[in-house]
Design a protein around this ligand. Sequence first.
Ligand code: GDP
Length: 290
Amino acid sequence: MVLDNLGSSLRSTMDTLRGKSRLDEEDVQEIVKEIQRSLLQADVEVGLVMDLSSNIEERALNEEPPGGTSARDHILKIVYEEMIEVVGESTELPLESQTIMLSGLQGSGKTTTAAKIAWWFSKKGLRPAVIQTDTFRPGSYQQAKQMAENAEVQFYGDPDAEDPVKIARDGLEATEDADVHIVDTAGRHALETELIDEIEEIEETVDPDRNLLVLDAAIGQGAKEQAREFDDAIGVDGVTITKLDGTAKGGGALTAVNETDSSIAFLGTGETVQDIERFEPDGFISRLLG
Ligand code: GDP
């Protein structure tokens, strides 16, 4: 059954429906309230929470449970379907030659994620290369190089160069024999015109097959604006949400995919290159509702 790992509060509300074959308005409102509370606690954007919960409420009140389905299973199915409608399946990542560009704010976990994704592709039998274009954050070159070493993948960067666009161009050339190119870009503390201009230029040069936005699970309500800005600048094809090993539930990812009409590609679950998982909707939805 889907949504087996619901949080205790929602589960006990659902459990009060056991034995019932129909939902009354009070039941539905109670459950919708619980769902709203869980999603807001998980940092899903307020407007999205309202949309989701009103869809769930309307369907739960108007749709007849199919014969033999209990009220509890009926509403669980509706909740799951409405959540899946937003979150979708994981971003398609064919196991073939491609260029992936990572963007996001400073500290979101881009450099770590670049090495993780490279490691992931190498385990699938491809030859990835990480290209580090961050000339802004001190230490980013060393960190990226070290992580690429940990992942045992090719690496290109230039600690003395100042022009990230040139590094990107040179990096693609220097790693021609790799089949998956992962281009890491500079972040800033906040969305600044300078960052957006730079990322647009790198994007034009790199011409990636996939633009992945890297978001910290603790991003909170800021996910919407961030996702919008990056989407307007370069188009977001997928989201990677990092630091899911912490306490944050990562509802910002739901907000971001809804805002950019994209999907989630990977989840980051720790600081080492192996701490990456391909996104899988069921577990993530349960986590948000937990
Ligand atoms: P960047 O500025 O976007 O390149 O971010 P970094 O890759 O340097 O990551 C910022 C910090 O977050 C570093 O200390 C990373 O070790 C840490 N970090 C990145 N991803 C994860 C993750 O999934 N879990 C945890 N616990 N830490 C992470």
